[in-house]
Design a binder for this molecule. Sequence first.
Ligand SMILES: Nc1ncnc2c1ncn2[C@@H]1O[C@H](COP(=O)(O)OP(=O)(O)O)[C@@H](O)[C@H]1O
Ligand SMILES: N[C@@H](CC(=O)OP(=O)(O)O)C(=O)O
Length: 409
Amino acid sequence: MKIIVQKFGGTSTRSIETREHMYKNIIREHDKGNKVVAVVSAMGRYDDPYATDTLLSIVHTNQLTDEEIDRLTSIGETISTLVVKSELANKGYIVETVTNAELGILTDSHHLNATITTVEGKHILEKLNKADIVICPGFQGYSQNGKITTLGRGGSDLSAVAIGVAIDANEVEIYSDVNGIYTADPRIVPDAMKLNYISYSEMLELSKNGAKVLNHRCVQLAAKHGIVIHARSSFDESKGTYVLGDEKIMKEHLNQFIISGITGSQNEARITLVGVDAKVNGAGELFEKIANANVNVNVFSQALVGGGRMDISLIINDKDVPAVVEVINDLKETLQAKKTIVRGNIGKVAVIGVGIKNNKGMFQKVYNTLMSHDINVEMTSCSEINISCYIDRDDVKRAQVLLHEAFLG
Ligand SMILES: Nc1ncnc2c1ncn2[C@@H]1O[C@H](COP(=O)(O)OP(=O)(O)O)[C@@H](O)[C@H]1O
Ligand SMILES: N[C@@H](CC(=O)OP(=O)(O)O)C(=O)O
């Protein structure tokens, strides 16, 4: 007998029809003699009655504390848990449910995006002794202060891996409406191809850079504990994509394509300080103050432009623009910039894969593909497995299609 953790997102729990597909997957494992722990997300997306964004839309969020918002949104997963239990029990299966406290997911008190501190699988294992199927609410934990917390958007993926670690599950499967990880979001690039395997490091780059198919922190936790994730579809039986260790991928030559994926995001902004006084360490002070304002700088470049002056450019999330502009204003006297340019309408397209370090001319190909289609590259950042270009936000989707054609067409 194996213990299988299966996570079903909002696209699977959405309606009675989609849930019938999810039950087929649970029952298949049950009929093989395995025990199933199903981790469920709130049902559907905005406008579906109990989806996370629907719950958020029926309150004035600015009148609630983050702790109160967590109490509200966690209810979506509780409703889903009880609906799923009632329907499976109605089919004749022995099913137990787990409450927030019984989940054993302890977190810090950073409401809306809490970090897991410890996970204790005792209650889930006890329930597995009494039942064939145990249903757990995803997306939530419990803080040391005794409050319900949530794990950030898309956090049920993280719940599934955390529970998998705590109960020493044999497999962790993450179900959605696509049958695995594709070389791009198939909704944006219809020619995207399914990957049979992807390494943790490539998947981490994809999820960090906008591919919402797997939650970033879920992949981090899986990599830390060597948990193989099987990302697959609720709606068909086919094998999906296995996310696993980089060494295994390399050793067994499991890479199918020169690059593993193209992704994009549309929430960046660029701030450029033109002609900053290069003689004082203004940049150092600027970064210290930006960090104190809790803002992450995604990319930074600094170039001497002669005459004792330099230009400094930063890419940040657009929601952080007001905080950074305030810091720049505070440092006006020190920086002595000739001009400050704020470009709010920035997005990013990223090409990801181990093929980048092993092949020549990859950056040139990305750059030329974009520029030859009149997409202006405003800034870039590169690592061994990631080439990211910052471009006009309105071009991000087209850029993904063009780069996919150039590298994988
Ligand atoms: N590289 C990718 N491969 C597959 N799907 C992707 C990729 N990038 C983004 N997606 C999107 O992720 C969606 C599935 O994730 P999500 O909506 O979070 O599902 P769930 O609600 O089940 O958690 C797909 O419908 C697809 O549009
Ligand atoms: N319901 C939460 C948690 C989650 O993981 O959802 P999904 O699995 O549908 O992405 C959200 O919408 O963020």
